[in-house]
Design a protein around this ligand. Structure first.
Ligand code: ZN
Length: 435
């Protein structure tokens, strides 16, 4: 048995234990795996679970250990040991480390409905502190009537598809799907339109060797708030074809399973690639009440997702920004948390970063002020792009977006079965009609 460190705490007290190891006894509302199979054979899995207890109804825990994923299910009451309290975007959460463990105290969910708290606590072979907390959590779940939000099993999907009696789809017509589970059932080449929330941008780093400790860098939302991460732009943007979105270097492995650069461009009338800086293909994880799903996003679709900001502009502005930091460290020093450097500061010094006289000498004042004008114009676009990314990845805070996707039934979900064509913000009427 794993030895336990740290106190068993109420979720409402998490903020008092920042950076420390604790134990949590919680009800699991939902369990959402985020996974990707790399073409090199590796697999990365993070499972996000949303939990609650009698002191705080919702709290996030990210499980980075693959073994824990198979144990946890929505509707369970579990004891998490040796989890670390951290913050992410100013919100407290817990995450597992190598020596974390998870023990199911109440499973399956049906027993929470059919048995009383006294019966369930009597079945638990733990110490008095754990039993007392367990009793409170069970009573809280039974009182509030929280239900497990289950992921649908593949068998159910099959059943639903068969019982639904689909019409034969017309190949180029968009099919409106009321939920992601319906989208996942599509098994022929077609186009689909649906609403879903953005959860994560996953960028498989296959073009350079990376250590296990860098696996987390493939989840872009995690990097937006890291002050020291200045490789984001270099990772997300590369040389490639802006029409078909293929990276044009052999070592820059394609996301759709093949490592070779396509000889002819499938999106160009003369079959030639149009070379420029592009957004590297990535997977966008979408969620709704019923399901989660990875969506392949290539350059053109990525531009639409990032507010029509082209990769080339972001890259050039980023380079200007970086050069400016090197040449004028004092000028940008106030802003040096540049991985998350979009934070607006109200101090006059920070405002001075956009003020030519603040960082120019008398002798070259005019020339430098011109340069600064130029660099500020560019800085803003790179920073605006970062803001767009941050807004996009505010999981749980945004309304669903409306996606148009192409379905290629011959591919796996994780290899680009669903490829994004376009995205828009639906009006309220549309959301209601889709529901
Ligand atoms: Zn091309």
């Amino acid at each position: 048995m794993t030895s336990s460190y740290g106190p068993l705490i109420n979720l409402s007290e998490a903020s008092n234990h920042m950076g420390h190891f604790v134990q949590l006894l919680v009800f699991v509302h939902r369990s959402t795996p985020v996974q990707y199979k790399l073409s090199t054979g590796g697999e990365i899995i993070r499972t996000d679970i949303q939990v609650g207890d009698d002191t705080r109804p919702f709290f996030s825990v990210s499980l980075w250990k693959k073994e824990l994923r198979s144990i946890v299910a929505a509707g369970d009451i579990v004891l998490l040991r040796n989890v670390k309290i951290t913050t992410f975007r100013d919100v407290f959460e817990a995450r597992t480390v190598d020596w974390s463990s998870l023990l199911r105290l109440v499973h399956p969910y049906q027993s929470l409905v059919s048995k009383s708290a006294i019966e369930l606590v009597a079945e638990c072979r733990m110490g008095i502190v754990v039993k007392e907390k367990l009793s409170k959590v069970i009573e809280w779940v039974q009182r509030t009537g929280y239900i497990a939000i289950d992921n649908i099993e593949p068998n159910d999907r099959q059943y639903r598809r068969l019982s639904r009696n689909w019409k034969v789809p017309e190949p180029n017509k968009f099919r409106e799907c009321p939920s992601l589970s319906e989208v996942l059932c599509l098994n022929s080449h077609c186009k689909a339109i649906f609403s879903a929330s953005v959860g994560e941008i996953f960028l498989p780093i296959t073009w350079r060797p990376i250590g296990e400790s860098e696996n987390e860098n493939m989840f872009i939302s995690r990097r937006l708030y890291k002050p020291a991460d200045n490789n984001l732009v270099e990772d997300l943007i590369c040389t490639g074809c802006r029409l078909c979105g293929s990276p044009l270097h052999q070592e820059q492995g394609s996301i759709v399973g093949t490592n070779s650069v396509p000889l002819y461009c499938e999106k160009s009338s003369d079959r030639l690639h149009a070379v420029s800086l592009i957004y590297r293909p990535f997977m966008l994880y979408l969620w709704d009440e019923s399901e989660h799903m990875p969506l392949l996003v290539k350059n053109n679709a990525a531009e639409k997702l990032f507010g029509n900001i082209k990769a080339e502009r972001v890259y050039l502005c980023y380079k200007e920004y970086k050069r400016d930091i090197t040449l004028n460290p004092g000028c940008i020093a106030e802003n040096s948390s540049h991985g998350g450097g979009t934070r607006i500061r109200s101090s006059p010094e920070a405002a001075g970063a956009s003020d030519a006289k603040h960082c120019s000498s008398d002798a070259h004042e005019k020339q430098e002020s011109m340069q600064n004008l130029q660099c500020n114009k560019n800085i803003n676009l790179f920073q605006i792009w970062l803001v767009v990314l941050k807004l996009l990845l505010q999981r749980g805070k945004n309304s669903p977006l409306k996606f148009e996707v192409a379905v290629n039934a011959s591919l796996d979900t994780e290899n680009g079965r669903f490829e994004m064509i376009s995205v828009s913000t639906p009006c309220f009427e549309t959301i209601r009609c889709l529901e």
